[in-house]
Design a protein around this ligand. Structure first.
Ligand SMILES: Nc1ncnc2c1ncn2[C@@H]1O[C@H](COP(=O)(O)OP(=O)(O)OP(=O)(O)O)[C@@H](O)[C@H]1O
Length: 228
């Protein structure tokens, strides 16, 4: 589903080498934790999958297609296949929870007659349907994060990418978020979660890929957490 082939990434302005000779293959339906110290390159890796960044050398493939070949509208179409959750949820502050999700469905081009059903279903799934008329500023951090997850899932993406999705949450809320990811995984989506949280990794033993200073130093299918 996602394949990195000898990827090197250097940020040109600062000449920071963020990833070195990275080879990684993630199969359809896999759940992968991406761990590593701050600055190890986790966010850079996720941004390459979204084609927000281009590799300096090497190639990133998504569903068999080299992302380098995508231009213009096809980049937007590519991103629509992917649900994204960040620590900083980036909800639209002047729209209610429901309107935030409707906006996403509009952008995704989902037919209007499906909107109500999809919004209700996904808000139920993340346990926040009672807040659908609230504005983001009226939500707790944990609630806002659930809405961000709902927004990432409302388009039924094939792939879910999450960057520190539980960084601001207390342990109970972090585990609640993990439960949602497990459901998404069980439904067949490919899930990639960048995290510093040992608790999260230990609560759901899955494949763990460890980055250290831009290099993949460990790939453990037994789900063992170690920052090396
Ligand atoms: N826009 C940028 N321009 C220049 N250098 C950058 C940029 N973004 C990240 N870097 C550098 O690239 C390296 C990898 O950063 P990245 O954000 O991918 O790490 P990370 O593992 O996600 O860290 P964290 O856990 O702190 O979010 C770091 O050395 C960082 O300083």
């Amino acid at each position: 589903m996602i394949h990195f082939h000898r990827v090197m990434l250097e940020y040109p302005r600062t000449q920071t080498k963020a990833l070195f000779d990275l080879n990684l293959e993630i199969k359809k339906g896999e759940f992968v934790f991406l761990v590593g110290h701050s600055g190890a390159g986790k966010s850079s890796l996720l941004n390459l999958i979204l084609k927000r960044l281009e590799p300096t050398s090497g190639a990133v493939y998504f569903a068999g297609e080299n992302l380098k070949a995508l231009h213009g509208d096809r980049i937007a179409l590519h991103r629509r296949r992917i649900g994204v959750v960040f620590q900083d949820h980036r909800l639209l502050r002047d729209r209610t929870v429901e309107e935030n999700l409707l906006f996403t469905l509009h952008v995704l081009g989902v037919p209007r007659h499906e909107w109500d059903l999809r919004v209700t279903r996904v808000l139920r799934q993340v346990g926040i349907v009672h807040k659908k008329r609230a504005y983001p500023d009226e939500l707790s951090v944990g609630e806002a994060q659930r809405v961000a997850i709902a927004r990432a899932l409302v388009g039924d993406p094939q792939v879910l990418l999450a960057d520190e999705p539980t960084g601001n949450l207390d342990p109970a809320n972090a585990l609640a978020v993990l439960e949602i990811f497990k459901l998404v995984h069980a439904r067949g989506a490919t899930v990639l979660v960048a995290t510093h949280s040992r608790d999260l990794v230990e609560a759901y033993p899955q494949r763990v890929v460890v980055l250290k200073a831009g290099q993949l130093v460990r790939d453990d299918r037994e789900g063992r957490y170690s920052l090396v």
